[in-house]
Design a protein around this ligand. Structure first.
Ligand code: DX5
Ligand code: ZN
Length: 216
């Protein structure tokens, strides 16, 4: 059983002051930051690109958990690797040869993840489970922070968690979207061990207490 990791999403921080958003994560004693990259095609929003990631890299040792919400991920893998990403996750629904993209990332010595939207049949991920370090179950439709958690995804999390156990695999099982203390604990009970929290982390009156509630 992997120990839980909380990865705050910088998307919910002030975009004019990302360095402060990073500092808040470090001060809370966490080790990961989740970086949401959106292209305005795969999702109806644009966030930030490899230059921002590279500039943040020089300011922190946090693990860069990069979530690519891009219609054409292959075009941007190299710049995000160069920018210092440590885990790169691509969506199964995007336009690419999934196995090939995963291999490109892995061969570059970067950890690789596969993501699925809330309405995706988790069986679609089966061919990739033995070649990834992380599986990301979106618990909202990606594009924006601050949305409500979709409990229907708990079944997919359970399915993937069982698959991991039955096949003796040890990828991290990550959830992303609408995660707060209540929904985060539901996801952990279903088998998730890596929790992305944007709004709930940055708005928490006591961030250390928020983290303690999720990792109990
Ligand atoms: C959604 C992003 C999420 C999101 C999480 O497209 O992938 O990482 O920012 O934010 P909250 O926790 O606010 O739902
Ligand atoms: Zn994300």
């Amino acid at each position: 059983m992997n120990s839980p990791i909380i990865a705050p999403s910088l998307l919910a921080a002030n975009h004019g002051e990302f360095a402060l958003g990073i500092k808040a994560i470090e001060e809370a004693g966490l080790k990961w930051v989740h970086l949401d990259i959106m292209d305005g095609h795969f999702v109806p929003n644009i966030s930030f690109g490899p230059q921002v990631v590279a500039d943040l890299r020089s300011r922190t040792k946090l693990h860069f958990d990069v979530h690519l919400m891009l219609q054409n991920p292959d075009r941007y893998i190299a710049p995000f690797i160069k920018a210092g990403s440590e885990t790169i996750t691509v969506h199964v629904e995007a336009d690419h040869d999934v196995a090939k993209t995963l291999k490109t990332i892995k061969d570059a010595g970067v950890q690789v993840g596969i993501a699925m939207n809330p309405d995706c049949d988790p069986k679609r991920l089966l061919p990739y489970l033995d070649s990834v370090d992380l599986v990301l179950c979106m618990t909202v439709f990606p594009g924006f922070g601050g949305q409500s958690f979709m409990p229907s995804v708990l079944e997919s999390i359970k399915f993937l968690s069982n698959e991991r156990k039955n096949r003796g695999l040890n990828f991290r099982l990550e959830v992303d979207g609408g995660i707060n203390t209540e929904t985060g604990l539901q996801c952990r009970a279903a088998g998730a061990d890596t929790l992305v929290a944007g709004t709930a982390f940055y708005k928490a009156p006591d961030r250390r207490a928020f983290i303690a509630g999720l990792t109990a």
